[in-house]
Ligand binder design. Structure first.
Ligand code: GLU
Length: 620
């Protein structure tokens, strides 16, 4: 990848090193050095994949990945690195994730896998009609998003603090050094950030954001513009010192509440007590077995030449691991495993099976999945949706050599205490994925989001005269806008006070079932399509024997129980025709995944980052 060296940064190194001692004490060993910053292509960037020996950090922005690597080099653990990465992402990829948003983290410490839930929570005053207009109809998506109405209590920082208490090695405060340094000294606006800014209509209506992201004529900053965020540096300094309390209580909490409640056209109800009440959770990971043919063979999945993996992902309120588990499980009841890639691409037969399985999975997702504190799992256990007997029965709806079902109805994996109406499909965007492995044997997968690109289009600033700040999430729009179905039944994922919106985020850790060794960490942004992006990558690596970069590079595809979605310009005409002949309604469209994955190899690790975005994998 061609790079332009940016000499602005050479002077920063010394100051950064000095500051390291001031902030956290030199004893941490972390002396952050600002790397030279790449400026270059954004659209499709060919990536080599990265082999490392002892550790690796995969993130959506090179500055963020580098911060993680510097933390690991200073003796930090995987979670230490992820915290530094998240703080830098708040600065350099503000459109996707940050301290104003939420995240899910899958963490493996060499023995135990945990699912950390830092999902946003609906305010105490939120009601099921939050996103209905004056006529009682669901609001237009963008009308719901922009403003205070869509803002949930941020959870990423509190969740990271909890994970750090358990698995951190460096002091919490030291992990903020890279982001504080970059926020103070500035960074080069990346092509992706500049491109998204140029296409963004609503952000400039927020005066703080207008002042920070645009010049005096109201033009968005171009690629390479040197941007400083002194307000964020101060905020991060407070969080470094006081922990999540600096965000959830006091001056900053007041500033967040003011921003949300005083939005001129679309205020929200988020209060200081909502912020103070936030608790991150540790959930039982959703794990299931998955047998795939040993690379190079194409046999039935349970034969002697298959390898059994254990996949662990985020349970509800995410629908990610359940949907991936259902899709992979349904495919086991079809001849999918005998289909190999043709000219490096999935063929029409396999795409037919995959998208049919996806329809069935998405029908169940719409019917059943919501915050488990509010909605009971079918049959009292989410694993009811993954039972082999249930999936075998569901898979009978797939006409293997015949026509597409086009749209599936939910199944009946087990009784729920209330009956619900299915949730209509809704848009989701934004988000970032981080994978880290360290030399201590820890591995993690974390997907983190402010929901839509640029979140609620509101930038928090405490009013001390410093430019910048951080963006607030619009995560509440991940709830169903309609509280009830046409039959009047409630929708499981309707808005309720104190509830976490259903997610699609799918941070996934894969293990070898027999040895319990870590095999793979993967995940992606992309709204509901996260499920397909992640499933594709897992399938490419586990079934087709690809390395993580080649699996990520595969064209994207899927179905959310509607048309068959194909990544534009990536499938040949014969494949499209063959699917159309089988009754598939095809939508070809951009499918900009932001996959990151790190797999264990015989010599260490191999990581891949999505050519569709700016991510890299860095390690030693
Ligand atoms: N808010 C979405 C979720 O939690 C993610 C949005 C995105 O990736 O674009 O599932």
């Amino acid at each position: 990848m061609p790079k332009t060296r940016n000499s602005l940064f050479s002077a920063g190194t010394v100051a950064a090193a000095l500051f390291a001692c001031g902030l956290a004490g030199c004893a941490t060993g972390l002396k952050y050095e600002i790397p030279t910053q790449p400026e270059g292509e954004s659209a499709s960037i060919s990536k080599p994949g990265w082999a490392t020996h002892t550790s690796a950090v995969a993130a959506a922005n090179p500055l963020a990945a580098d911060a993680g690597r510097q933390v690991l080099r200073a003796g930090g653990s995987a979670i230490d690195a992820a915290i530094a990465v998240q703080m830098v992402l708040t600065l350099v990829e503000p459109q996707s994730s940050g301290i104003g948003g939420g995240a899910f983290l899958m963490h493996f410490d060499g023995k135990t896998t945990q699912a950390f839930d830092g999902r946003e929570v609906a305010p105490a005053k939120a009601t099921p009609s939050l996103f209905l207009n004056a006529e009682g109809k669901p609001m237009a998506f963008i009308d719901a998003v922009v403003g205070g109405r869509s803002v949930g209590v941020p959870g990423a920082v509190a969740m990271l603090a909890l994970a750090h208490q358990q698995h951190g090695k460096l002091p919490w405060s030291a992990l903020f050094l890279p982001a504080i340094t970059l926020a103070e000294q500035g960074f080069a606006v990346s092509p992706r950030m500049a491109g998204l800014l140029a296409n963004e209509a609503n952000l400039k209506n927020d005066p703080v954001a207008a002042n920070y992201f645009y010049d005096q004529q109201g033009k968005p900053w171009p690629v390479g513009h040197h941007l400083r965020n002194p307000e964020l540096a101060e905020v991060l300094r407070d969080i470094a010192k006081l922990g999540p309390d600096a965000l959830h209580k006091g001056e900053l909490a007041k500033a967040i509440v003011q921003k949300v409640q005083k939005h001129p056209s679309n205020p929200g109800s988020l209060s200081e007590s909502d912020l103070a009440a936030y608790r991150p959770l540790i959930r039982e990971p959703l794990c299931f077995d998955y047998a795939a043919p040993v690379s190079g063979t194409a046999t039935a999945a349970t034969s002697a030449s298959s390898r059994v993996y254990r996949l662990c992902g985020m349970p509800p309120p995410s629908s990610g691991a359940l949907a991936i588990g259902q899709i992979l499980g349904l495919l086991q009841h079809t001849p999918a495993a005998s289909q190999k890639l043709v000219s490096g691409q999935p063929n029409a037969d396999w795409l037919h099976l995959y998208t049919e399985a996806a329809r069935l999975a998405f029908a169940d997702r719409a019917q059943f999945v919501a915050d488990p504190q509010f909605v009971a799992a079918p049959g009292g256990n989410w694993h009811s949706m993954l039972r082999s007997g249930y999936l075998a029965e569901r898979a009978k709806a797939i006409d293997i050599a015949g026509k597409s079902m086009n749209s599936a109805k939910p199944g009946n994996p087990g009784a729920q205490s209330l009956s619900y109406a299915p949730m209509p499909d809704q848009m989701e965007y934004g988000t970032s994925h981080i994978s880290v492995v360290d030399a201590y044997g820890n591995a993690l997968a974390m997907t983190t989001t402010i929901e839509d690109g640029w979140g609620a289009r509101m930038m928090v600033n405490r009013g001390a005269g410093l430019a910048g700040g951080f963006l607030l999430n619009n995560q509440l729009t991940d709830f169903s806008f309609a509280p009830t179905g046409s039959d009047g039944q409630p929708i499981a994922n309707r808005v309720e006070p104190g509830k976490r919106p259903r997610s699609s985020m799918s941070p996934t850790l894969v293990f070898d079932k027999a040895t319990q060794q870590f095999v793979l960490s993967a995940g992606s942004p992309g709204g509901a399509l996260i499920i397909h992006y992640t499933a594709k990558t897992l399938y490419g690596i586990l079934n087709w024997g690809l390395n993580s970069q080649d699996a990520i590079n595969l064209p994207n595809f899927g179905s959310n129980n509607g048309p068959t979605l194909l990544e534009a310009k990536r499938f040949d005409a014969a494949t499209v025709t063959s699917l159309t002949d089988r009754g598939h309604k095809i939508t070809e469209m951009p499918m900009p995944s932001g996959l990151q994955a790190i797999e264990r190899t015989s010599t260490g690790f191999f990581g891949g980052a999505d050519p569709r975005r700016e991510g890299v994998v860095l390690g030693d």
